[in-house]
Design a protein around this ligand. Structure first.
Ligand code: DHB
Ligand code: MG
Length: 219
């Protein structure tokens, strides 16, 4: 009798990736990110998670999407591919260096028209978006972890009822369970996880995809 959950192994992960949609462009973007960013390449969205995000954006019929944390653009491509041709993704980051790679790949993927990059502290970008006439259908929070609680509050406000919010890295590599880990990033993610679990404005599920991915739909 199988367990209620199957512990992930490197082999099973590879199997899942091989049975999810991906392509040569995303593989080249991964290789370039690893060559340019070294250990920071771990920040890139996992391939099976990216495939899932394309599915979700399409399934929601999302037209307006928001991403916090562009990095080299892998997650943005996954989101933008789920949008209709006249859909838009606003993607926020503070780095000109990493988003220069993103811009090149968006161009090559034929998605540059659909993606609007906003460089600057995301909380300022979100404050400027507040009051914009059309709320967002889909939001992906994946930027600096210390600001996760503040990002969440701002994003719930910008999401339409029935809109979907995804939060990346909610496990922090398992650090959320380690009481002796008091790094500001870990403390912030723990605080947000507790807040989402008790938040009556959303229906939420924390899942073991990649480094932990929380789904929240606004009620
Ligand atoms: C880190 C950030 C991420 O968004 C991620 O997916 C993995 C790691 C980090 O800051 O270490
Ligand atoms: Mg992440």
């Amino acid at each position: 009798m199988p367990d209620k959950f199957t512990a992930m192994s490197a082999e099973l992960h590879r199997y899942a990736v091989e049975h999810s949609h991906g392509d040569d462009l995303l593989e080249r973007l991964t290789a370039e990110t690893e060559a340019e960013a070294g250990a920071r390449a771990v920040m890139q969205t996992a391939p099976e998670q990216a495939a899932l995000m394309t599915v979700l954006v399409r399934a929601c019929g999302a037209k307006r999407a928001l991403e916090l944390g562009t990095f080299t653009g892998y997650g943005s491509i996954a989101i933008a591919r789920g949008l209709p041709a006249d859909g838009t993704l606003i993607s926020c980051d503070i780095s000109e260096q990493w988003t220069a790679i993103a811009r090149r790949y968006w161009q090559e993927a034929g998605l540059a028209e659909r993606i609007e990059l906003r460089i600057g502290p995301a909380l300022e970008t979100l404050a400027a978006l507040d009051g914009s006439p059309t709320p967002f259908d889909f939001v992906f929070i994946d930027a600096d972890k210390e600001s996760y609680p503040a990002y969440y509050e701002a994003c719930v406000g910008l999401l339409r009822r029935g809109g979907l919010l995804l939060i990346d890295n909610v496990f922090r590599g398992g650090a959320v369970l380690d009481g002796s880990d008091n790094e500001p990033a870990t403390v912030a993610v723990r605080e947000l996880n507790d807040r989402v679990a008790a938040d009556e404005r959303v229906a939420a599920a924390m899942t073991g995809i990649a480094d932990g991915l929380t789904f929240a739909v606004k009620l």
